[in-house]
Design a protein around this ligand. Structure first.
Ligand SMILES: [Zn+2]
Length: 400
C-alpha cells in the first residue's frame, strides 16, 4: 500500500507541475466548456489530476486511485479537493466523459509532443516502431472445455486472439487481448505516436498511421527501424513516400534466397556502396577496381536495396537503436501501469493507453522545461548557458 511520505513528496509535486502546465490547462478548459460537472460537483481540474495520478502512481484501477487520494491530504490539496476526495463513481463518469471527448485528449497529446519537440530538437527524427501485447482483462479461454467446442462469446467482445512470437524469455503462441503499436524516438526513448488495437489486427497495417501521426505532431521522422516482421515491399514504399528511410532486416523470401538483394558484381569482385540520392530514389554502386565501363551504376530503392544498405555501418548502428521501442514498452508496462489491463472494450483500452503515455510525456516535458529554465543567476545571460534538456525520464512513483 502507499506510503504517506511518497504520496506527499516528489510524485505529488510532479503531479502539480503537470496539472499546471499550459497543455493540460487547455484540456481542462476544453472539458469545462462542455459544462461537465462530476456530481456532486468535482471540478474538472480535480478529475484530470485524478486521471494523471492513476498513471503517475502506476495504479491499475480507479478504485485504487480514489483510495490513494482519500488517504493523502497532500494529494487532495494538489487536486483541489481537500476534505472531499472524489468517489470511484465520479471517476467512472469522468472516464466516460474523456472517451466522449477523445479529440480533446488527442489535441492535448499533440500539444505535449509539440512542446517536447521544441525542448528536445532531436525528438522524433529517428523512430523505432513495434507492437506489444496487452492481454485482455477477460476470460481468454478459447475452448468451452478441454477439447470441447470453441467459445463464441467472451466477456470482452473487442479483444481478439493474436499471435505472439517467441523471444528468449518465453514461448511463442496465441494470446487474447489487444496490442499497442508505437513509434518511439530512439534518441530520447520517448513515444511519439501510438495506437491500441485488437490483437488480431496485423501490425503492418499501423506503420502508416503511426508515421503520419508523428509527422502531424511535428516530428521529422527521417528514419524508422522495424523488425523482420515488417519486411514487405508495401511498408518500404509507404515509408519512402513519406520521406522516411526504412531500416528493416530481410525476411528469407524467395527473391532473397535467389540472392536478388546482393550488391552488383563483376569479374573484379563485389561492387561497393558509394552513397544514395534521395531525390533519385536510388543508391550508387561502384566497380571495386574502377575498370568496368561504366564504373558505377544506380540501383533503384526497394526492400531488397534500401537507400541505407543493410551492409553499411550506418544501417547496423541505426538498427541497433530499435531496442528503444522494446525498452519503452517495458517501462510503460512495469513502471507506468500500462499493464495489467483492468478495463474491457477497445475505447476504454485506448483511453488507458493514451492517459498512461500522456502522463509520461507530460512529466518529461515538465522536466525538460525545468532543466532549461534560466536559474536566478543565469537569467538575462545568453541562451547558450542554459543546461541541455535531460534525455531520460524518471520512472513513475512506486507505491510498494
Ligand atoms: Zn568491374
Amino acid at each position: 500500500m502507499a506510503t504517506p511520505n511518497l504520496a506527499g513528496g516528489a510524485a505529488s509535486a510532479a503531479l502539480k507541475t503537470v496539472l499546471d502546465s499550459p497543455e493540460i490547462g487547455r484540456l481542462i478548459d476544453e472539458l469545462e466548456a462542455t459544462r461537465w460537472t462530476g456530481r456532486p460537483g468535482y471540478p474538472v481540474r480535480t478529475m484530470v489530476g485524478l486521471a494523471l495520478a492513476k498513471s503517475l502512481y502506476a495504479l491499475p484501477t480507479w478504485t485504487r486511485v480514489v483510495e490513494l487520494v482519500a488517504d493523502h491530504w497532500k494529494l487532495q490539496r494538489v487536486l483541489g479537493c481537500e476534505g472531499n476526495p472524489p468517489s470511484k463513481w465520479a471517476a467512472y463518469r469522468f472516464a466516460a466523459k474523456l472517451r466522449e471527448n477523445a479529440p480533446a485528449v488527442e489535441r492535448c497529446i499533440d500539444a505535449v509532443v509539440g512542446g517536447l519537440k521544441e525542448k528536445l530538437p532531436s525528438y522524433g527524427t529517428d523512430l523505432a516502431i513495434d507492437a506489444s501485447d496487452m492481454p485482455a482483462y477477460a476470460n481468454g479461454q478459447r475452448y468451452l472445455s478441454n477439447g470441447g467446442p470453441e467459445r463464441e462469446t467472451y466477456s470482452d467482445p473487442d479483444a481478439s486472439w493474436g499471435h505472439r512470437s517467441a523471444v528468449s524469455t518465453r514461448k511463442g503462441g496465441g494470446f487474447y487481448g489487444y496490442r499497442l503499436h508505437a513509434a518511439v524516438c530512439t534518441a530520447t526513448d520517448l513515444p511519439v505516436a501510438w495506437t491500441a488495437e485488437t490483437a488480431r489486427d496485423h501490425e503492418t497495417r499501423f506503420v502508416v498511421p503511426l508515421i503520419d501521426t508523428a509527422k502531424r505532431r511535428g516530428a521529422m521522422v527521417a528514419t524508422a527501424a522495424l523488425d523482420k516482421g515488417y519486411d514487405i515491399q508495401r511498408i518500404h514504399n509507404e515509408c519512402m513516400e513519406r520521406d522516411c528511410l526504412p531500416l528493416i532486416p530481410l525476411k528469407q523470401t524467395p527473391d532473397v534466397k535467389r540472392g536478388d538483394d546482393a550488391p552488383p558484381t563483376c569479374s573484379h569482385g563485389t561492387w561497393t556502396f558509394a552513397g544514395s540520392d534521395r531525390k533519385r530514389g536510388a543508391s550508387k554502386w561502384r566497380c571495386p577496381t574502377g575498370e568496368c565501363a561504366p564504373a558505377s551504376t544506380w540501383v533503384a530503392a526497394t526492400r531488397l536495396h534500401p537507400l541505407i544498405p543493410r551492409e553499411t555501418k550506418r544501417w547496423k548502428a541505426a538498427y541497433r537503436k530499435r531496442a528503444a521501442v522494446e525498452r519503452e514498452f517495458g517501462r510503460l508496462k512495469n513502471q507506468w501501469g500500462l499493464k495489467p489491463l483492468r478495463v474491457r472494450g477497445l475505447d476504454r483500452v485506448r483511453l488507458h493507453a493514451d492517459l498512461t503515455i500522456l502522463t509520461k510525456l507530460a512529466c518529461a516535458l515538465s522536466r525538460a522545461r525545468a532543466a532549461t529554465a534560466p536559474t536566478h543567476r543565469q537569467r538575462g545571460s545568453s541562451r547558450a548557458s542554459a543546461r541541455p534538456a535531460p534525455m531520460r525520464v524518471r520512472p513513475a512513483a512506486r507505491l510498494e
